[in-house]
Design a protein around this ligand. Structure first.
Ligand code: CA2
Length: 158
């Protein structure tokens, strides 16, 4: 059976393409799901694509993802945690606790934006970080997960 890749989207990303197109572009979240589906198919994975505005729901999904990765059913997670990136110790703990391979993803280059977006609570727990490539970053992150196991300098948890 094919492995899955889980793409998680956090708060307000349901507004993509409908507000602030000058910042986030014109693509909707449905468009992003389509490009993720194509990228997963290209690399031989199935796609599980989700969005929630609720921190606890995202935490539950990360826990489930850890179990699915441990069973061999899941290759990893591409996670755009939105503003929770900059606030959530709970999501940091969830990634570590679930021992799940997560690529932190941002559509924009958060480091070129307001100072409050420069810090990520998730990055220290993440397998990798992708930022600033627009919605194509989702396809690039899926390619990174498909590229295989982490190099030796990364811990087993990540
Ligand atoms: O660049 C990204 O992908 C972000 O994760 C997007 C978050 C922001 O808080 C992060 O700093 C960077 C915001 C997601 C909300 O998306 C919207 C889309 C359209 C209109 C309003 C918000």
């Amino acid at each position: 059976m094919k492995q899955a890749i889980l793409v998680l989207n956090g708060p307000n990303l349901n507004l993509l393409g409908r507000r602030e197109p000058g910042v986030y572009g014109a693509h909707t979240l449905a468009d992003v799901e389509g490009l993720c589906r194509d990228a997963c198919a290209h690399h031989g994975y199935t796609l599980d694509f989700r969005q929630s505005n609720h921190e606890g729901v995202l935490i539950d999904w990360l826990h489930q993802a850890g179990a699915a990765q441990a069973s061999g059913a899941l290759a990893g997670v591409v996670f755009n945690a939105g503003a929770y990136t900059h606030t959530s110790v709970a999501l940091h703990d969830a990634i570590k606790g679930a021992q799940v391979r997560v690529i932190e993803l941002h559509i924009t280059n958060v480091h070129a934006r307001e100072p409050f977006r420069h810090h990520s609570y998730l990055a220290p727990a993440a397998y990798g970080v992708m930022a600033g490539f627009g919605v194509q970053g989702y396809a690039l992150a899926i390619a990174a997960l498909a590229a295989g196991p982490p190099p030796a300098n990364r811990s087993a948890v990540k």
